[in-house]
Design a protein around this ligand. Sequence first.
Ligand SMILES: [Zn+2]
Ligand SMILES: [Zn+2]
Length: 331
Amino acid sequence: MRAVVLDGRGSPKIHELPDPEPGPGDLVIAPAAVGICGTDLHLACGDYPTGRFPVVPGHEFSGTVVSAGRGVEDFAPGDRVCVDPNVACDACEQCRAGATNLCPELVPIGVTTDGACAELVRVPAKVAYRLPAGLGFATGALVEPLACVLHAVSRIRPVKGQRVLVYGAGSIGLLAVACARARGARGVDVIEPSAVRRGAAVEFGADAVYGPGLRPPGHDVDLAVEASGHPSAVADALDRLAKRGTLLQMGVVSPESSIDLFPYDLFDRELSLVGSQSLATAFPDAVRAVLDLPRLAERMVTHTFALEDYAAALEAARSDTARKVHILPQQ
Ligand SMILES: [Zn+2]
Ligand SMILES: [Zn+2]
């Protein structure tokens, strides 16, 4: 099979690799659509802490089951599926508490083991989910980032009635806007440096959009969703939180960066700081919730590329005209 192989030094190559065979409990899937996200951009140039090289990237994907290993009863060749790329041990303390994203044995497909930017990918059947009828492959590949947003909102009190401010209108920020709207937020504002992305945020339901530093000051935000990864956004959010406001940290901030924190503000306004990484057990919820976001793939997927054009796809994903870039491995 043809596959994209990353060496962690910034130059993706197409290699011929042996076709994967399904072991016991495994599926081999022909990926149809594979999303590129910030993780892949970091992985390609080797600055992702848990990356292992060489590796086939691709962790946001959907496709068709080609073969099933011994013991697989729920899937058969021809089934259309999407895949939770996080394979947890299911036995440790974190897994037993439902925090599978914090499992010390976690194997993220497309990061430390070969992913879906290939003609075939092998996954344990336990992380595959049937695509609901009528749901296209492009939408199926958006279930993973949506699951990350659903996990994040599961960490806080209900969004209904809250005044929400989202930092960053990349794909996660846009999904956060759509999700806040769908859950009855009282208002959703967005702060984003790129005018193109601010336009996208309005399309996804933002009430007001601002460049950095341009939103009037005040403690008028019940929920700040940090999806930009910029430490300055974290500091700005803390400055804007209303009494009992919550900062939800979704953006991947550089591990070296820090901000000034005024503990008095936490005390005085009873602020909550909540972190959220990956998707824990939210994937099945996202398979259902994606049905409530009409035309999501049409609105979200701005670029598609063949496997051979992976380098160009990374370039596109770095541009501010990209919402979500998809690789189509069967093209
Ligand atoms: Zn991702
Ligand atoms: Zn575990």
